[in-house]
Design a protein around this ligand. Structure first.
Ligand code: NAD
Length: 309
């Protein structure tokens, strides 16, 4: 058996087209388009790429967007004062604080300071509470992107057993809520789950959100299951990359960059799975798409632009 590969890009394109059409309607009605502001603290190259991609895609769909880039040594207090200024700025509909913040910054305090009405990442406890109650204001971007991927690929969720590896506030927990609200039976696994592979073998839908390169092997997968790989891991060790990726390793890219991006799932899981997302080009593009969907929703809720969502 060879799994059908579920690519995120076509679904991202569909999402962006829908968002762009709404932005055009708003502009034609003489209103300001939705506006997304990203805050980046420090010079982490991967974070800088994520922020640039989000602001570029925002502009592509007709939104206003910019990034505020603060130096690595910025204190929590200084980040908070930027967030407060953006909260008070009526021209800003969505605020996105790129994680991870430098170690000396208090991430929880910063995220809690974002106005819940502008919290397009859906990290604020108020928005998490609404999500848990099944009446989300915003969809947490990565898990909601996965739901879009499943639904637009005609993969049934209701009645299925979904197993999630990882219990982070950003991916694992909100993923569980979104699947539960769509009537899946949900199991959340984590670093202390005994016999993880056996639990995962019970899954019709397996979501890996761990951050350990290649930890999910064929032994974790029931034949025909849908496997969603959220992991984005840079592997700079040639032997490790060769062991995980086998023939699919792009050595030219490895030489060029000094690392390869590897998921939590080994590519040879495709021999057992019915469908799976590749890494890269699987879940990643959907996260960006959903941030823009949320920015549109924020502009609608705050300013009543563009009619019903
Ligand atoms: P995290 O470190 O906050 O959480 C990891 C979770 O995995 C924890 O709950 C932990 O209990 C669990 N875990 C750790 N080791 C384990 C083990 N050996 N067995 C079982 N469970 C284990 O990470 P996160 O923010 O949820 O991100 C997870 C991965 O997803 C990372 O690789 C990250 O880069 C990636 N990610 C991708 C996107 C995207 O857009 N594709 C978005 C967010 C995160």
């Amino acid at each position: 058996m060879s799994a059908k590969l579920l690519f995120g890009k076509p679904i991202q394109e569909a999402l962006l087209e829908e968002v762009a059409a709404s932005a055009r309607t708003i502009i034609e009605a003489g209103q300001r388009p939705p506006h997304l502001t990203a805050v980046l603290v420090g010079g982490d190259p991967a974070s800088a790429i994520y922020v640039r991609t989000k602001t570029n895609k925002s502009r592509e769909v007709g939104f206003g967007s910019e990034a505020i880039i603060l130096p690595q040594e910025t204190t929590t207090k200084e980040v908070l004062s930027t967030v407060t200024r953006l909260n008070e700025d009526d021209a800003v509909d969505g605020i996105l604080v790129q994680l991870p913040l430098p170690e000396h910054c208090d991430t929880k305090t910063v995220l809690d300071a974002v106005d819940p009405a502008k919290d397009v990442d859906c990290f604020h406890p108020h928005n998490t509470g609404l999500l848990v109650q099944g009446r989300p204001r915003f969809a947490p971007a990565t898990p909601a992107g996965i739901i879009e991927l499943l639904e637009r690929s005609d993969i049934e969720i209701a009645g299925k057993h979904a197993v999630i590896i990882g219990r982070s506030d950003i991916v694992g927990k909100p993923m569980a809520m979104l699947l539960l609200h769509r009537h899946a039976t949900v199991t959340i696994c984590h670093s202390r789950t005994p016999d993880l592979a056996a639990v995962c073998r019970g899954a019709d839908i397996l979501v890996a959100a761990v951050g350990v390169p290649g930890m999910v092997t064929k032994e974790f997968v029931k034949p025909g299951a849908v496997v969603i790989d959220v992991g984005i891991n840079r592997v700079a060790d040639r032997d490790q990359a060769a062991d995980i990726l086998g023939d699919s390793a792009d050595w030219e890219r490895f030489e060029e960059r000094g690392y390869l991006v590897v998921g939590d799932v080994r590519p040879d899981v495709a021999e057992a799975a019915g469908a799976m997302t590749p890494v890269p080009r699987g879940v990643g593009p959907l996260t960006i798409g959903m941030v823009l969907v949320n920015t549109l929703a924020a502009a609608r809720e705050r300013r009543g632009v563009g009619g019903e969502s």
